[in-house]
Design a protein around this ligand. Structure first.
Ligand code: G6P
Length: 493
């Protein structure tokens, strides 16, 4: 509601988005010119589309020297393959940025929220943590400062859509500068349960929770992550949690905790999948398969994706089902990610070594059971989605997981998704997928065998059901439903 008690029309409000990674990355072309390259994915389309409609602004971090060269104002126009709106990149001292991005966002928050600690050894808090935390706070402050500077062209306060764990402190920092701002924060990743959250230093926990509670609406992809957040808020002095109506009373305001499970854009995916590059990739994969059945995985090289246990599960499947030897192959298309984090480099090495060992022990000159490709290769991913028999999506934990959804929309072979119970997508897709506990290698092996031995009717029913569940949840509703909830907030304090 506005101050006069009349709901402001959603479209009249300017939208301001803040995220660490921006919708385009600037790169140097062969002539030495800095040009914009659009980031893929539904999130960019959903947010850019809403920004274009409202004439808004997107503020992000400059993540490379080329981004830093173009920091300041840029107008994205559709000729760049992006929706038309303004974009501003904030440029930080590279060492401070590294402490913010790798030191805290990737090595502390990512780990705690995905339950990735190796508890007898990790985490260890020391002075380096304090230093990194000070940089995290500083970057969040600069974001809040830049957001607060935005002058709304209309009388209504803008709607601020703050994205993800990199910017957990921004809502409170922005609220201090713009008390009447309408702020939504959205976490695209899981939220730690209270036990795991208590591994963080007490002061950090308080700052993180009170940072998020600066928002009017705190959004998650799935019920579990929203509940974990509220259970963590129970421990925050001064916060009153109401689990039934999903809200937290904090500093005289009622903060709504809401679910907005994101989806994919089926039409855009199908258009991308119809390209000549994807057709060529499909032919390459087909030649490699040589008539074998395809067990596919498509992931970033991230510890949370559980790639290693996926390989062990495929090995277990082959060991227990000799009849499938030579007749099934596992393709892992892995997109390199966060290579400056030592745990990630070590994990990729372990995965590659394990795949090699399995190939050496079970394969022969005519049949190599596992093929791993570590490369940014979206065309092969789209091609693989079209033709998999089993799509293995077994993350330790995942905020949502769009691979399961993209695969289901593009698959033409009645392929079935084997899905971790700990993926945010699980509640939506549950009736149609084969669910696995991601730690249970034996059960995952069995699920692969079950799909490959499944009769055609059941495969068709499951593949169709998964696809329909994805299509029913429309990507274009994702931003408007958050904006509608922001309009419900009363600013009468
Ligand atoms: C995944 C997560 C997002 C996160 C992103 C960051 O896609 O689902 O929540 O923002 O990773 O990845 P980056 O490469 O920017 O560290």
């Amino acid at each position: 509601m506005t101050n006069s008690g009349v709901p402001a029309p959603v479209a009249k409000r300017q939208i301001v988005v803040a995220s660490n990674r921006g919708p385009v990355a600037f790169v140097r072309d062969p002539d030495g010119q800095v040009v914009a390259r659009r980031g893929g994915g539904g999130l960019v389309s959903a947010l850019s589309g809403a920004l274009q409609a409202s004439g808004g602004l997107w503020i992000a971090s400059a993540m490379s020297p080329e981004d830093r060269e173009r920091a300041g104002g840029v107008h994205l126009d559709p000729a760049m393959g992006a929706a038309g709106h303004d974009l501003r990149y904030l440029s930080f001292d590279p060492r401070m940025y590294d402490r913010f991005y790798n030191g805290i966002s990737n090595r502390v928050l990512w780990f705690v929220h995905h339950a990735l600690w190796d508890l007898p050894r990790m985490p260890r808090w020391d002075r380096a943590t304090d230093r990194a935390w000070a940089s995290y706070r500083r970057v969040n402050e600069e974001f809040a400062e830049a957001l607060a500077e935005e002058d709304a062209p209309t009388k209504a306060e803008p709607a601020y859509l703050v994205q993800d764990y990199h910017l957990s402190l921004v809502p409170a920092l922005l609220r201090a500068r713009r008390p009447n701002a309408r702020i939504a924060h959205f976490s695209h990743i899981p939220f730690a349960d209270p036990e795991a959250f208590r591994t963080l230093p007490a002061a950090m926990r308080i700052e993180l929770l009170s940072g998020l509670l600066g928002a009017d609406v705190v959004g998650f992809h799935s019920e579990r992550w929203a509940e974990n957040f509220m259970r963590c808020c129970h421990d925050l002095p001064g916060a009153t949690v109401n689990l039934r109506d999903r809200s937290v009373r904090w500093h005289g305001r009622r903060v709504l905790v809401r679910l907005y499970p994101i989806s994919v854009d089926p039409a855009a995916l199908k258009e991308q999948a119809a390209s000549e590059e994807v057709a060529a990739a499909e032919r390459r994969i087909g030649r490699w398969l040589g008539g074998a059945r395809l067990v596919l995985r498509v992931d970033r090289t991230d510890l949370s994706k559980n790639i290693l246990r996926g390989f062990l599960a495929f090995e277990g499947f082959l060991l227990r089902n000799r009849r499938w030897r030579g007749r099934a192959k596992h393709l892992a298309l892995l997109n390199p990610s966060r290579e400056s984090v030592p745990e990630y480099r070590g994990y990729v090495k372990d995965c590659l070594r394990t795949a090699e060992r399995i190939n050496a022990e079970l394969g022969d000159e005519r049949w190599q059971p596992i093929r791993v490709q570590v490369q940014d290769d979206y065309s092969s991913a789209l091609a693989g989605f079209g033709i998999y028999d089993v799509l293995l999506v077994n993350p330790v934990r995942d905020g949502m997981n769009l691979v399961a959804k993209e695969g289901a929309v593009l698959n033409t072979r009645d392929g079935v998704v084997v899905l971790s119970e700990n993926a945010g997508a699980y509640p939506e897709l549950r009736p149609h997928v084969l669910a696995v506990n991601p730690f249970d290698v034996g059960a995952t092996a069995e699920a692969i065998a079950t799909v490959l031995d499944m009769d055609a009717d059941e495969r068709r029913r499951r593949a169709g059901g998964t696809r329909e569940a994805v299509v029913r949840n429309r990507l274009e509703d994702w931003v408007p439903s958050q904006l509608a909830d922001l309009e419900m907030v009363t600013h009468d304090r």
